[in-house]
Design a protein around this ligand. Structure first.
Ligand SMILES: [Zn+2]
Ligand SMILES: [Zn+2]
Length: 288
């Protein structure tokens, strides 16, 4: 009994603070000159075909919740997840969802977004990019660290539409930040920030700001092709600086998280479960 009461209290506090912290923030339309500014995340994995925790339709709701206007659901070598997410987003009126695939090719990973048919993972990077373009999609180099540079040499590098310059892998060893930035500089492609979401942490942790003429799948892809994207990563700005200035201070607002209440909820939840486990497994005192 001595662990059961604190466990119940902690779990109640966790549920209450979690419910308050988890509200969807209100957002007003954001413009910069003639463009609408959208927030996007173009590298997201969903259950069950990619290693992830939530379904494509739940991801659509989660993207809304995290203030994302456009996402690409990019299953490993498959497009079913992306098409399911796109179908649901169209049904409920947004956000913009590009059906995509993360092509796990020989020595490279490539985001193919806005496609209908699965791109064969056995193709070279150049051939895979050509196939993405044939289908009307956009090709983005996924986490292009040094090991994959050779695979992108030549026409592949020239034909890329975008490259991930902000990615969770950049948060660990400093040299990987440099590798992503250097690949971006050499490629001349549009800068992209993506969370490579596999079920942990907030989706949209790394994000892309898009300057679109039209809030639609074609409008999003047109902005990436025209390099009207900006990425902000730990105080550094990648992309068109004139557009970044026009976007104003909102560009520097951190991604919506759950703040202090979210932390309290998480902490109380973990402690509550710990106390619950102690209540179950601790032996009752013997009575003689
Ligand atoms: Zn990958
Ligand atoms: Zn991935």
């Amino acid at each position: 009994m001595r662990f059961a009461a604190p466990s119940a209290c902690l779990l109640a506090v966790a549920a209450l603070t979690g419910a308050v912290a988890d509200r969807t923030p209100r957002r007003s339309p954001w413009t910069a000159g003639e463009y609408r500014v959208l927030t996007g995340d173009f590298h997201i994995h969903t259950f069950p075909f990619s290693a992830s925790t939530i379904s494509p339709w739940d991801m659509v709701l989660e993207a809304r919740h995290r203030g994302l206007d456009a996402i690409a659901i990019t299953g490993h070598n498959e497009t079913l997840s992306g098409k399911a997410g796109r179908w649901f987003a169209r049904l409920i009126g947004g956000p913009v969802v590009l059906a995509g695939e993360e092509v796990h090719g020989p020595h490279y990973h490539l985001i193919a977004a806005g496609i209908e048919r699965t791109v064969d993972w056995r193709l070279s990077a150049a051939a895979a990019i050509a196939e993405v373009h044939r289908q009307g999609g956009i090709a983005i180099a996924a986490h292009p660290t040094y090991q994959s540079w050779k695979a992108f040499e030549g026409p592949a590098m020239q034909d890329l539409d975008g490259t991930e310059v902000a990615q969770p892998i950049a948060f660990h060893p400093q040299n990987q930040t440099w590798e992503l930035a250097e690949f971006f500089r050499r490629s001349g492609a549009a800068p992209i920030g993506s969370s490579d979401w596999h079920g942990m942490g907030p989706v949209g942790l790394c994000r892309t700001f898009l300057f679109v003429k039209d809030v639609s799948e074609t409008g999003v892809m047109e902005a990436i092709r025209a390099h009207r994207t900006v990425v902000v990563d730990r105080g550094r700005v990648y992309g068109n600086l004139d557009l970044a200035r026009a976007a104003g201070p909102r560009l520097w607002t951190p991604p919506p998280g759950s703040g202090i209440l979210g932390w309290i909820s998480g902490l109380c939840g973990v402690l509550g479960l710990l106390f619950a486990a102690l209540a179950v497994f601790s032996k009752p005192a013997r009575r003689w």
